[in-house]
Each structure stands twice: as structure tokens, then as C-alpha cells.
Design a protein around this ligand. Structure first.
Ligand code: NAD
Length: 400
């Protein structure tokens, strides 16, 4: 699961999470001299765990951002970080993103993430992942791990040998398998919500779509759009992926041309930061709704889209289908349930638009607000003490 959101791209943002104090300092920057506690205060992380095993060469960091809604869930990333600070920055940013993503998705999950410092091409071993699995297990389910960049299903198998607290395990173990069809299906729900809001109807086939990236998610998205009879323009740097898209009836366009095609909906499904100062003035679309993470180069680009009258369906709300899909493993995986849950993205995205209208703010901000409001209100339903039978060994009551 590759789950991060655009707000956390440049660094961590000041706090707005419920019941937590205002930030004491600016977000974590490239070179940060503050202590870890000071940084955690700013980013509002609950817990950061450093995991070390000299014998197997494991150096990993697990970050648990917020568990008000439930256990912190987020993928494990393996990356040859240039420094420990870079790894820390990444894990803090990504884990915080997961809190927002799960909250907007309506899941009873918090935000967490783990990173291993190492090169996935040469530093992987059974012992490395089993050691990491043991560390995850010590957290007793406070953190649940999954696949992310640099990690594949074989690595997850090793982790799964040491802990139950892992999702996205292979289907042979009752896991959920490839999440991309669900992410694509969820993206269609987000698109429908945007069409409804902008045009007052949500007939997919009536509109034109520019899909950037015909990889795992893009492929399924193009298929679903074409099944509704929609006109689809597609681009990809990979000729084979593009040929597949054409096979499904999409019209191939150039890599740079995709921003300017005549289509009502632009669907980024490849890279992050594609909505930026260069591309915004060129967009001809009325809606941006796609699966890619970190679509906005920065928050100001979200404001610029808004000023141009282009409706932005926030990336982490639209692409939550993959997260929803793995979350079903908690209760026993069931594909039909996964599709049913993914349909909620239509309502989630619609609600974001309503909050944007209610508060007079751009949709990227409304999405954050929706997450914060859910965490705040659900944080308050907890009874002060839930009660359990007490034992007082050795005490007796007078029977007289
Ligand atoms: P992928 O690697 O399978 O597909 C990405 C495609 O984009 C590839 O075919 C690649 O060739 C193409 N591409 C790369 N650079 C390009 C460019 N400059 N112009 C056009 N095409 C380009 O990845 P994916 O799993 O399909 O994920 C796509 C995006 O969606 C990513 O941002 C990912 O983080 C996000 N996402 C994916 C999932 C999921 O379930 N896979 C879930 C949530 C978010």
C-alpha cells in the first residue's frame, strides 16, 4: 500500500488535530536540530520506535501517529535513505498521512508507517524481515503493517511468520491480494461524486477522461470507464501499458499533451506533483480526480485549482479503495464486502465538497477538516473507564 497524501509532501504541517495542543515549532525540515520529542510535539505523534538488530543489519523506524480511531495501519517502506534524519522525516510524514486517509475513509483505523533503511535490491533477507516482524509483534496490534515501496509479497510472507499484525498478505493465507482493482473502482466512485457536484448528473459515459498512467490502477480505471462507454484519452511512458489502454478503446496521446486534451475529467494515475505551477494554467478539464498520491505539488496549487474553478477531488479520499480492501482482512476477507465498502468513497468525496461549501474553503482543505472533525468527535465517545471485573484475592466479606 502506497498511501500518502499531498499535504505531507513538503514537510509536516502544523497541528489541527482535535484535542491536541498547537504546534510549538515549524514543520520538520530537511535539516532539523530539534530533539525527537520536540518534533513529535509538533507533528503530534504518539510513539516512534527505533528497531535495531546488528546481526541481521536491521535499522528500522516505526511511527504511530494517532490511534484515536483504532490501530495504526500503514505500509512498510524499504529505501536507501541518505541519512537517519531522512528516514525519520519520511516515516513521520507518511504515518500522519495515514491518519487522515483512514479518517476520511470512515475506517476505524489510525495512522502509522514503518521504514527500513536499506537498499531493496541488495539488502533484503529472510532474517531482516523476520526481525522486523518480531518488532511489529511487540506492539501488540497498536501498529499493523502492510506492503509499500520496495516491499513485495515475499517479504510480507516472512513478516507474517512472526506477527499476525500485517495486512495485504497473500490470498493463499486468506489475504486480499492486489489492491489496484479496488483502488480503480473507488476512483470511479470519487469521479461520480465530482460529476454529480459539478454537472448535476453522474453518468460516467457522458463525459471524457484524460488518464495519466495506465499501470496497475490506470489500467483498471480505463477498463471501467470504457465499460460505461466513456471517451478516454490515455498516456504512459511504458509503451506496453499504453498499447493495452488502446486495446481497451482509449485514444493514445503524448506524455505532455495529456494536460491539454479536451476532457472534462483529468485522472492522474502515475506520478505525484503533476498539479503544479506549470500544468495548472494548461488544464482544460473541469475536474481533477485520480488515484495518484500527492497530486498537488503544494497546498497553494490546490488553492490555484480552486481559483480557476477546477473541482479537485482530494487524492487520498479518492484512492482509499486499496486501504479499505486490506482493512477487510481484520474480519475475514470478502471481495464483495470490499467492493461494497469502496462504494462509500462516493459519499466521502461528496461530503468533502459539502464541507468546502459550508466553510468556504478549497476542497483539499475541506478533506483535512473532515478527517479532523471525525477524529475529534469519535475521540469523545469513549467512556472515561470502560470497566472490567476486578479481582481482590484474599479478601472476604462478613457473612453474618
Ligand atoms: P504503477 O507503477 O503500476 O503505474 C503507474 C504507471 O504510470 C506506469 O505504467 C508508469 O509507466 C506510468 N508513468 C510513470 N511516469 C509517467 C509519466 N511521466 N507520464 C505518464 N505515465 C507515467 O502504479 P499504480 O499501482 O498503478 O499506482 C499509480 C498511482 O496511484 C501511484 O501514485 C500510487 O501511489 C497511487 N495509488 C495506488 C494504489 C494501488 O492500489 N496500487 C492505491 C493508492 C494509491
Amino acid at each position: 500500500m502506497n498511501a500518502e497524501d499531498s499535504r505531507f509532501k513538503k514537510g509536516l504541517q502544523p497541528s489541527r488535530l482535535a484535542g491536541m495542543s498547537a504546534p510549538a515549532a515549524e514543520p520538520l525540515e530537511e535539516s532539523d536540530s530539534r530533539s525527537l520529542f520536540e518534533i513529535m510535539h509538533t507533528t503530534e505523534h504518539e510513539q516512534v520506535i527505533y528497531c535495531n538488530n546488528n546481526d541481521v543489519g536491521l535499522r528500522a523506524i516505526i511511527a504511530i501517529h494517532n490511534t484515536v480511531l483504532g490501530p495504526a495501519l500503514g505500509g512498510l517502506r524499504m529505501w536507501p535513505y541518505g541519512s537517519e534524519e531522512e528516514a525519520l522525516k519520511d516515516v513521520l510524514r507518511l504515518s500522519r498521512g495515514m491518519t487522515y486517509k483512514a479518517a476520511v475513509a470512515g475506517l476505524n483505523l489510525g495512522g502509522g508507517k514503518a521504514v527500513i533503511i536499506g537498499d531493496p535490491r541488495k539488502d533484503k533477507s529472510e532474517a531482516l524481515f523476520r526481525a522486523l516482524g518480531k518488532f511489529v509483534d511487540t506492539l501488540n496490534g497498536r501498529y499493523i503493517t502492510a506492503e509499500d515501496v520496495g516491499i513485495d509479497v515475499n517479504d510480507m510472507e516472512f513478516i507474517f511468520q512472526e506477527t499476525n499484525n500485517v495486512v495485504g498478505v497473500h490470498q493463499v493465507h486468506g489475504g486480499s491480494g492486489d489492491p489496484s482493482p479496488f483502488t480503480a473502482y473507488g476512483t470511479v466512485q470519487g469521479i461520480r461524486a465530482a460529476l454529480q457536484y459539478r454537472f448535476g448528473d453522474e453518468e460516467i459515459g457522458k463525459y471524457r477522461y484524460a488518464v495519466q498512467g495506465a499501470g496497475h490502477v490506470g489500467h483498471h480505471l480505463i477498463r471501467l470507464l470504457r465499460e460505461e462507454g466513456a471517451k478516454v484519452f490515455a498516456t504512459d511512458i511504458n509503451e506496453e501499458a499504453l498499447a493495452d489502454a488502446v486495446e481497451m478503446g482509449a485514444e493514445a496521446v503524448g506524455l505532455d499533451e495529456i494536460y491539454e486534451v479536451d476532457a472534462e475529467v483529468f485522472c492522474p494515475c502515475a506520478l505525484g506533483a503533476v498539479i503544479n505551477d506549470n500544468t495548472i494554467p494548461r488544464l482544460k478539464c473541469e475536474i481533477v480526480a485520480g488515484a495518484a498520491n500527492n497530486q498537488l505539488a503544494n497546498d497553494a496549487c490546490g488553492d490555484q485549482l480552486d481559483a480557476r474553478g477546477i473541482l479537485y477531488a482530494p487524492d487520498y479520499a479518492v484512492n482509499a479503495g486499496g486501504l479499505m480492501n486490506v482493512s477487510i482482512e481484520f474480519e475475514g476477507y470478502n471481495e464483495e464486502r470490499a467492493y461494497r465498502m469502496t462504494r462509500a468513497i462516493y459519499y466521502n468525496v461528496g461530503r468533502i465538497f459539502k464541507i468546502a461549501d459550508r466553510d468556504g474553503i478549497p476542497t483539499w482543505k475541506a478533506s483535512d477538516r473532515m478527517a479532523e472533525e471525525r477524529i475529534e468527535i469519535l475521540g469523545k465517545i469513549k467512556m472515561p473507564y470502560m470497566g472490567k471485573p476486578h479481582r481482590f484475592p484474599g479478601r472476604e466479606r462478613n457473612s453474618a
